[in-house]
Ligand binder design. Structure first.
Ligand SMILES: *Cc1c(COP(=O)(O)O)cnc(C)c1O
Length: 372
């Protein structure tokens, strides 16, 4: 090497995997949910880097589509939202960390207060002259965050003082419409909402919107539905994230041989295998691979659904393209998107679409279609 320039841009484009993010589809999903929300304000959950699709472009797109209220998990996520949507109302679901009131308020973020300790700290800070708004979280059956109903009732003077900008609770089983906990939570939440009369109330996540008017209250907080994930029966939503990877090579493998680590899958016929440049280091779940006696997920190539064969490696995986003669080196294969539901891949891996989206790897090239 004569000139040891370390300019990585001079390298040939990595024959790598990418995630294409369709921002107009995100805006369309937002509008679909507004229509489904029956008059309730439609906010957006953009935590977890907007479920892997990119918190800044997602926020920008949603704000342009009319979204005024955003929910994040962490203050740092809230700051990113605030930077691209200066007019928005931003709630921090993880609540109030000790000593965090001044910095949250200074950043224009609203904590969702979920314990008496948080309420007392916020109230003391306000009494000492602090200015800011907060939401109040009442637990109705999740047993994760939120005041118990008894605490909320006993502390209703403190709650009154707090003048919450929003009262909220969270459904545990919204994606199982027949679960009896749904109706119980709606009933408990209606009782809790009576503790802060005249203040907006919010119970429903994506799946909760589908449970009926009794679940929608004043504001709904969808996340996964915006990003095209499964959220129960209801309107069809557009695919937002499509993950593809190119074929690195195609090989003919004799019947009876095995493929991949652990020799976990034995080929039952002479097989044309396509090796793709994507693996678990890119966020594709290792558990979605195939093995003898346990089929894996499917991929989509040139109009065909084809199965994964063998274990998923860190950087590579194999699919069976015996019946797809057009599959050859350089051809792009869909791992999930419009033809392979993210939830189907998740199910093959024993998890949910939420986890796949939020784990999309940093190594994936991200392509945002439609501005943002
Ligand atoms: C993540 C989250 C949501 C959004 O849930 P989805 O199932 O993705 O619609 C709403 N509310 C709270 C409290 C959350 O943590």
């Amino acid at each position: 090497m004569q000139n040891s320039s370390s300019d990585a841009t001079a390298l040939p484009a990595r024959p790598g995997a990418r995630v294409r993010i369709d921002l107009p589809a995100l805006a369309a999903n937002y509008r679909t949910l507004v229509a489904a929300a029956g008059g309730a304000e439609t906010a957006a959950a953009v935590k977890g880097d907007a479920y892997g699709i990119g918190i800044e472009p997602a926020t920008r797109t949603l704000a342009k589509a009319g979204c005024r209220t955003f929910f994040v998990a962490l203050p740092k996520e809230g700051a990113l939202v605030r930077a691209v949507a200066p007019e928005a109302t931003v709630y921090v679901l993880s609540g109030l960390a000790p000593g965090a009131a001044p910095s949250l308020a200074a950043a224009g973020l609203r904590p969702v207060l979920g314990s008496m300790a948080e309420i007392e700290e916020w109230a003391a800070w306000k009494k000492a002259g602090g200015e800011g708004r907060a939401a109040l979280h009442v637990d109705t059956g999740m047993n994760r965050l939120g005041l118990t109903l008894a605490e909320a009732a006993a502390g209703s003077a403190a709650v009154d003082d707090l003048a919450p900008a929003l009262g909220m609770s969270h459904l545990a089983c919204a994606d199982t419409p027949a679960h009896p906990l749904n109706a119980a939570q709606a009933e408990r939440f209606a009782a809790a909402a009576a503790l802060f009369p005249g203040r907006p109330a919010s119970l429903a996540n994506s799946a909760g919107i589908q449970l009926g008017a009794a679940f929608r209250f004043d504001l709904v907080r969808p996340g996964i539905a915006l990003y095209g994930g499964r959220f129960g029966p209801g309107p069809a939503l557009a695919t937002v994230a499509t993950v593809t990877a190119p074929i690195v090579q195609v090989r003919e493998i004799p019947e009876g041989e095995t493929i991949g680590y652990g020799a976990a899958e034995t080929l039952r016929r002479p097989t044309r295998a396509a090796i793709l440049s994507i693996g678990y280091a890119d966020g594709y779940p290792r558990a979605a691979g195939g093995a003898d006696g346990r089929p894996g997920a499917f991929a989509f190539v040139d109009g065909h659904r084809v199965p994964l064969i063998g274990r998923v490696s860190m950087d590579l995986l194999a699919i069976d393209v015996t019946d797809v003669p057009s599959a050859r080196r350089g051809v792009e294969v869909e791992l999930f998107g419009p033809n392979i539901a993210v939830d189907a891949v998740a199910e093959a891996a024993g998890t949910i679409g939420y986890e796949l989206l939020t784990r999309l790897g940093a190594r994936l090239e991200r392509v945002h279609a439609g501005g943002g």
